[in-house]
Design a protein around this ligand. Structure first.
Ligand code: SAM
Length: 264
């Protein structure tokens, strides 16, 4: 792996970061007072960034490489970024910081991006939002940052809950406005709340199974946002929504993935 070591930090060399990208860097990382710029091949560098050093490093630090290649993801009014790229969020965009880790939901998957876009198209102020299959907490946190009064994130995988809580803390969303718990709809006897918006990034067969629960968990006329659906499975979801009395169904595709919205 070819890495160009440039003395300084993202802050002190902010004006030079673009020169590295323009020279063909595939990723940038800041570590121990150095900017590490990853390249596939040696490149001609502008004089302003010529004070660094080329290093051919063993291909062992895949985690660092993966992190270095992450880019911010723009989804409607929200930009999802790892903590070290916060400075790249454009003015006017809502920054949603997600630490890439064990839970699904860094924003780099089309389904997460489409779901955040769909949330961002709604006026969430004063709304109570349910996020089924919360993973990293990305959708519940997006809802809170977009003005929702309260967002609940459920996941059957207990490992995701502390990760989602940590992501809420990184985004300074108080735990009074988001709540994360292990569980799912239909399983939690104590969860008898009704919501103003429900978002779920799961998969088509599960949406089919849970469609009745979605209807029971939503106020009349409230929006439902479903994704994680492969294009070939869209009819299954459409039939489930029809069966449970949802209306105003819209469909959006991105590659092999589909996002469906409807109203209760
Ligand atoms: N919401 C995040 C996003 O949009 O990026 C993560 C979505 S990830 C595709 C699906 C998540 O749903 C996983 O974290 C998984 O553990 C969880 N999950 C799977 N089946 C579930 C169920 N029946 N109820 C609740 N969560 C479930």
């Amino acid at each position: 792996m070819l890495v160009y070591h440039l003395p300084g930090t993202f802050e002190t060399r902010e004006a030079h970061l673009d020169l590295l990208w323009e020279a063909g860097a595939t990723g940038l990382e800041e570590r121990a007072g150095l900017i590490r710029a990853y390249f596939d091949a040696r490149a001609e560098l502008d004089d302003e960034i010529a004070d660094g050093e080329w290093r051919d490093e063993a291909d062992q630090d895949w985690q660092a490489h993966f992190k270095a290649t992450l880019r911010p993801v723009r989804a409607g009014r929200v930009t999802i970024v790892p903590p070290w790229l916060l400075h790249e969020v454009e003015d006017g965009q809502v920054a949603l910081i997600i630490e890439p880790g064990m839970a699904f939901g860094t924003g780099h998957h089309a389904t997460t991006r489409m779901a955040v876009e769909a949330l961002s198209a709604l006026d969430l102020s004063g709304k109570r939002v349910m996020d089924v299959g919360t993973g990293s907490g990305v959708l519940a946190i997006a809802a809170a940052l977009l003005g929702a009064d309260h967002a609940t994130g459920l996941d059957i995988d207990p490992l995701t809950i502390p990760i989602a809580i940590e992501n809420a803390e990184i985004n300074s969303v108080p735990l009074g406005r988001v709540f994360f718990a292990e569980g799912s709809l239909g399983l939690d006897d104590e969860l008898e709340d009704v919501f103003d918006v429900l978002v779920a990034n799961l998969y088509a067969e599960l949406h089919d199974l849970l469609a009745g629960e979605y209807a029971a968990a939503l106020n009349p006329g409230a929006p439902l946002i479903l994704t994680g659906i492969l294009t070939g499975k869209l009819d299954l979801v459409r039939a489930a929504l029809d069966r449970e009395g949802f209306g105003n169904v819209t469909v959006r595709e991105d590659g092999e993935w589909v996002l469906v919205t409807a109203t209760a």
